[in-house]
Structures are given as structure tokens and as C-alpha cells.
Design a protein around this ligand. Structure first.
Ligand SMILES: [Zn+2]
Length: 250
């Protein structure tokens, strides 16, 4: 999970949310409750929240990834428009821009009607997941502190340690470990170099390796939060970064 930034409300929502909600509320009054509205009628009344103009704007804000698990549609099934506060319990929020999140089918299916108003989970548009989560090997964990319970709840509700997410993390981890070993050798070669020209060449190789691996932390890449966390805590990567910075400064 990474921090996401919400853009301003799409025009189609600005123009229609009041009318859409009025129609839905009229049906709720007529049938007595949201759950009592016949399925077909309910679907006709609520479908507007996934209007193309809303969906596209929303998906752009998450770099076309699931807001919770950071998978791309190829892994988690289609990305859907999800209600942070479930519309079945909070129908007033059915067309509320701040309540809509892009979410993969797996996370959506896992979250179901979990009531975030009563038992909150992390909303990556409002909280920075970096402050809440860390990783141990291929598992995501909630950091100790004030937000530990909300972090733990998010992992449980969205299934963030399920096999479907640990498998790709393990594949990425193999690459990250390989990068770490390569970098360690490159740093040793740099210190062994006996001429300035050789040192410059080896620094260039180190820099290229860093630039290549940092691509994995681009927010557009799947599971970029996992990769960022690994690199931030990777001693050899940080050593290599310092080496490059010192060389550029001298
Ligand atoms: Zn997901």
C-alpha cells in the first residue's frame, strides 16, 4: 500500500450526485430500507458510482492499481470502484467522491461489507501507509504504535498476507536479493580499483544498478510500497547511494 492523492471531484459526479442520491433515498423510503430494495432496482439506482468519468479519474489517482494491495488488474482481477464505507450500511455515501476507492476484485471480495465506520482500516488517501506498515521478508506487518490496531485490521480485512500477494512479493524479493549481492560486489570492486579511471567506471556501474532497481519503487509499478520498504532498509543500497553522493560532491 502507498499514499494516494485524490483529485477534485469529477464533473459528472458534481453535476449528478444530488439527483442520484435523491432517487436512491426515495426508494429506501418506499421499501423501508436499502436491503429491501429489489436487486434489479437497486442496481439501476446505484450503478452511476461506476460511471466511466468517475472510474477513469479514480483509477488515475491509484496509477491503475488496487488502492489496498497495489496489484494490477492482471493479478487481482479487474479494478473496481469500491465504497470505503459500504453502501449497504451507509447508502448516503454511495455517490460520495471521498468514499470511492479503486480496488481489485480480491480485496473487494475480502473486504465485503466490513464497516470501516465502526472498525476502521487504513484509507491510503487519508493516511500514509508508510507510517503504518512495514515488511518482514514477504509478510506485511503493522508497525507498533498508535496505529497498530488499524494496521492489523487492514491486513486482516483485505487479506494482505494471502498467498496471492506473498507469491509475487517472493518473486520480487529474489530480484532484490540478487541486486543486493551484485551491488556488494560492485562496491568491493570500486574500493579495489587502483586508478581514477577504473574508479569512475565502477561508480558508473553502481549508479546504473541503483537506477535500475529504483524503477521498482515507481508508484506506477505493482507492489512499489514493498520495494520501497526493502530499499529503505537495505544497508548495501544506502551505502552505495552515499558512495555516489560523495563522489559527485568531490
Ligand atoms: Zn487489491
Amino acid at each position: 500500500m502507498i499514499k494516494l492523492n485524490r483529485t477534485s471531484k469529477p464533473k459528472v459526479l458534481q453535476d449528478n450526485e444530488y439527483t442520484w442520491l435523491c432517487h436512491l433515498k426515495t426508494a429506501i423510503d418506499a421499501y423501508g430500507s436499502y436491503s429491501a430494495i429489489p436487486k434489479d432496482e437497486k442496481s439501476k439506482l446505484t450503478k452511476f458510482y461506476r460511471h466511466d468519468g468517475i472510474k477513469e479519474e479514480l483509477f488515475n489517482t491509484s496509477h491503475e492499481k488496487c488502492a489496498f494491495c497495489e496489484c494490477k488488474p492482471a493479478e487481482g482481477g479487474n479494478i473496481e470502484v469500491e465504497h470505503f464505507k459500504p453502501k449497504s450500511i451507509h447508502p448516503d455515501f454511495t455517490f460520495e467522491w471521498e468514499n470511492l476507492l479503486p480496488c481489485c476484485r480480491k480485496c473487494n471480495g475480502s473486504k465485503l461489507d466490513h464497516d470501516t465506520a465502526i472498525d476502521p482500516i487504513v484509507n491510503p488517501y487519508e493516511m500514509d501507509p508508510k507510517e503504518i506498515f512495514e515488511y518482514s521478508d514477504i509478510r506485511i506487518l503493522a508497525k507498533s504504535g498508535a496505529n497498530k490496531s488499524i494496521g492489523d485490521k487492514s491486513i486482516e480485512v483485505c487479506g494482505l498476507n494471502s498467498v496471492r500477494l506473498m507469491k509475487p512479493r517472493s518473486e520480487i524479493l529474489v530480484n532484490l536479493y540478487f541486486f543486493q549481492d551484485t551491488l556488494q560486489e560492485a562496491i568491493a570492486d570500486y574500493y579495489d580499483a587502483d586508478t581514477d579511471a577504473k574508479k569512475r567506471n565502477r561508480l558508473r556501474s553502481i549508479n546504473e544498478a541503483i537506477e535500475k532497481i529504483e524503477q521498482l519503487t515507481d508508484p506506477r509499478e505493482k507492489y512499489s510500497g514493498f520495494c520501497s520498504n526493502f530499499l529503505e532498509n537495505c544497508e548495501i543500497y544506502n551505502k552505495a547511494k552515499t558512495l555516489i553522493q560523495d563522489a559527485m560532491a568531490s
